[in-house]
Design a protein around this ligand. Sequence first.
Ligand code: PLP
Length: 487
Amino acid sequence: MNQRLRDKLKELQQQSEQLEPSEKERKKLTQKVVQYSERFYDELPDKKVYEEPKSSKESLTFSFDEEPASMDDLLSVFKENVEIGGLTSASGGHLGYIPGGGLYPSALGDFLAAVTNEYAGVSFAGPGAVKMERECVNWLCDLIGYSDTAGGNLTSGGSIANLIALANARDNADITSRDYHKTVIYTTHQVHHCIIKAIKFAGLTDARLRLIDMDEKFRMKTGSLISQIKADRQQGLIPLIIFASAGTTDVGAVDPLEEMAKIAEKHNIWFHVDAAYGGAFLLTDYGKEMMKGIKKADSVTVDPHKGLFLPYGTGALLVKDVKKLRTSQHMHANYLQDTYREAEISPADLSPELSKHFRALRMWLPLKLFGIAPLRAALNEKLLLTRYAYNELKKIDYIQTGPTPQLSIMHFRYVPQEGDANAFNKELTEKIHQDGRVFLSSTHIDETVYLRLAVLSFRTHLETIDRAIAVLKEKINELTTRTVPVS
Ligand SMILES: Cc1ncc(COP(=O)(O)O)c(C=O)c1O
């Protein structure tokens, strides 16, 4: 009986050993991927920044099979169905939404993280990986200006960081479902929609959301905030959290953080700054001045996959008092009892994630390899490119710009001499997308359609902005001089 079992086990082992390629096979596989990435980099400067995806009639493209496939075949599936089509977000010509880029050493960090499969959730299991995450977080905390009571967590992005911040504020105020209908949340119309989602996920949809008035630069009016808080207190409501933005996605507005921090402190309200987009500019003197007061926030979101140019999947929540975050997020589990002998706080105590991607390595490796100086230079370059782009836009007839950019995003529209301006600007956006030499996105503020230009990829340089302006002029020209077909 036991012999039959042993034979069966040997047979299964033989099959499962296919999961462990030999050294020779590994080298071959790695070489093919490296060749692919080198070809990608070679073509990147001339690659279309946007391309319509192919109509996907082959719905079985990514489907699984019992039988193995070759790496060559899989790389060609990847090229045809992933690389081609949609937005080339690694391109410097990506000037829409919020660009970033994807520093190459991060890819190598991800490679090593996957090879070693270091456990980054709990210090007992992965002390080095956890220490590295703590160093990354501490460095970001220093950037904010926090003291050593601070801490935080590397998240998958800004949305999750904002969600954890809200949960932290809620738990810190000891608010439970009995109070939700009396709870008040303050922000502006410009806030990123992930915060509205976070309110939903935190179960706080019954809370009252106050969208405070903004000035002409889309920054919260602090006078209106104070009046609203006072009115809410008089009604017996519970002001819970003020969400400020340090760089809104739509127009790049930075709320008056210093004043808002004072108001939050005076009225005992949690103060969170969503600096997912703007936070990295703290590396520059200009950014430090712009975001003065950020260090007084109870919590801050920064997205290294935006302004630190890392690949997607790296956000950070930073909190002034890491013990409060631990109280909100830690949960005991019997099967983790061996891990609790460590006095230090693990990432799993600071977020809903237990097992997590070893994100720190993709951040630590490029920052150490390059040093901080080129990152700072790239961010200063983006700020100056923005000023340059804004000046160039202002020179184009019938272009109406928004206010002077506060960081590296601007919005503008073309006002045609006749016809519907919104329809014109939508068509203009589509034309730019079809052209593909650069990518700009659009938005609307109230009922008015605008194009946006966001400068944040480390691969965006002077030549890229000149190209963007040239494409824009060309497309405006095509639209304004088109011949109307005779009906
Ligand atoms: C200001 C701001 N907050 C939050 C987010 C959401 O971050 P993520 O996409 O990393 O989840 C974004 C994304 O663009 C953002 O610009």
